[in-house]
Design a protein. Structure first.
Length: 477
């Protein structure tokens, strides 16, 4: 069982219960429902299939809803085959909606003409088509094409130099957020986060609805990098969304930004997801490129909690094979990491979980010294498991909880294996229950040493301050 978590994006290629079962058996831990595609009725049926498949494999499967965010798109193009445009051509982007033709188009953003300035870059379809704004009137932007291609309806538009006034949470996002609350999602990812207040606004809505959904900030805008510490503090985790990030910023900086974001999440004790084009060629090919394999492995070397598949599993020809390949890369990479000497334990500076961080640091040292088989936690809210995951133990971290939502949310954390258990009445009972469970589930054998972390009040979050070294099979005095 690998310690890196795998997120799969669902779509037409992975909608059936049978396919979902195969994905879960190959190692998928979390299902991403992308609200940019499909109706809420489609997502409701997908959710039903996810939960049926999860019951079949008898494993916790988390569900992440990905909000669309303020994505600006090209308007309708009259010709279904698109509108060709060449370098040097002049394109007019007008305010009023139009069926685009004769090098004149519109966008889905009503304030596009107001926000874009002369000299700003306009990138369409992930930067494949590039333009420079050369003139502006009250009703249109005139721009020169610097890299041509085919303009097609609804393709995404990026404005890397333009401060846009569009709200970070759209009306559709609010509708989708309420859908996620009503259907017991585990995480919501907010797209195109620019400021911490974007997350705080959504958080306030969740609190008003008494929802405990975790918030993931998708980092894909240059503005977010400028305010990253506040964003990490406001979020429950980050997603390094390398698609739009690579369009908005210098492509050569994306690997550096990825490593920096992972390090910051490490210190803040927050989970981080690396996403976009990880095994892109497997949308149409049955095996990945060598560069893609290196990309997945390097994300694990960097310290990511999870790696994500997008088109590979949503519309690709080989969804289960893509998960199998990703699982295998993770297994080989983690085996190599286990052979490397770790002179010191990782640095975690999460001030909000100082006690858990101190305990985790001590347990990390114990595991090295006594060659423990595994670490066992009692984690009511999942906070202790979240902190322990950042120490990247070379052994499994089995986290017991009596909360079903906590069990699903903990699946995002590197190395954490969530398992259900009713709250024990005493430490002695906890040890006895753990002893039986780890043997029954094959985590440890008789005479193995394990480290158990719990607290005096098993149902109270933040009290995990007791550490017991236990020999499996030995009766507790």
């Amino acid at each position: 069982m690998i310690r890196t978590k795998i997120i799969v994006t669902l779509g037409p290629a992975s909608s059936s219960v049978q396919t979902l079962i195969r994905l879960f058996e190959e190692g998928a831990d979390i299902c991403r429902l992308n609200f940019s595609h499909g109706s809420l009725a489609d997502h409701r049926q997908m959710l039903k299939n996810i939960r049926q498949a999860a019951r079949h494999v008898k494993e916790p499967i988390a569900v992440l809803g990905d909000l669309c965010g303020p994505k600006i798109r090209l308007g309708e193009i009259a010709n279904p085959d698109g509108m060709p445009i060449n370098s040097g051509d002049i394109l007019c982007i007008q305010r009023d909606p139009i069926a685009g033709q004769d090098l004149r188009v519109s966008t889905t953003y009503p304030r596009f003409v107001d926000d874009v300035r002369v000299g700003d870059r306009i990138l369409i379809e992930d930067g494949l088509l590039r333009f420079l704004a050369t003139d502006k009137t009250a009703d249109q932007i005139t721009c020169s094409c610097t890299s041509g291609g085919i303009l097609r309806s609804s393709k995404g538009i990026n404005l890397p130099n333009t401060p846009v006034s569009i709200p970070s949470i759209t009306d559709k996002d609010w509708e989708c957020a309420d859908f996620a609350i009503d259907n017991d999602f585990d995480y919501l990812a907010l797209s195109f986060v620019r400021h911490a207040r974007d997350l705080l606004t959504l958080r306030a809505h969740l609190q008003k609805r008494k929802s405990h959904i975790g918030l993931i900030a998708k980092i894909e805008k240059a503005e977010a990098i400028q305010e990253i510490d506040a964003i990490i503090d406001a979020a429950d985790g980050l997603m390094v969304a390398r698609g739009d990030l690579g369009v908005e910023m210098d492509l050569a900086r994306v690997p550096i930004i990825q490593k920096g974001l992972i390090r910051r999440c490490q210190k803040a004790s927050k989970p981080v997801i690396v996403a976009t084009q990880m095994l892109q060629s497997m949308i149409i090919e049955s095996s990945p490129t060598r560069a893609e394999v290196s990309d997945v492995a390097n994300a694990i070397f960097d310290g990511t909690d999870a790696i994500m598949l997008s088109g590979e599993t949503s519309v690709g020809k080989y969804p289960s094979a893509a998960v199998h390949v990703m699982n295998h890369i993770a297994a080989v990479t983690e085996t190599y990491l286990d052979t490397i000497d770790h002179p010191i334990h990782p640095s975690v500076l999460d001030k909000t979980s100082a006690l858990s961080s101190a305990v985790a640091a001590g347990v990390w040292e114990m595991v090295q010294e006594i060659k423990a088989k595994l670490v066992v936690l009692w984690s009511h809210s999942g906070a202790t498991a979240r902190v322990f995951s950042k120490f990247r133990f070379s052994v499994p971290v089995v986290a017991f909880t009596n909360e079903e939502r906590t069990r699903r949310q903990m699946i995002l954390h590197y190395g954490v294996i969530p398992r259900p258990m009713s709250p024990p009445d005493s430490m002695k009972e906890l040890i006895a229950k753990v002893d039986a469970a780890v043997r029954d589930q094959g985590f440890a054998s008789e005479s193995d040493r394990i480290v158990i972390v719990a607290g005096p009040s098993m149902g109270v979050p933040g009290t995990a301050n007791q550490v017991i070294i236990h020999t499996v099979g030995m009766e507790t005095p």
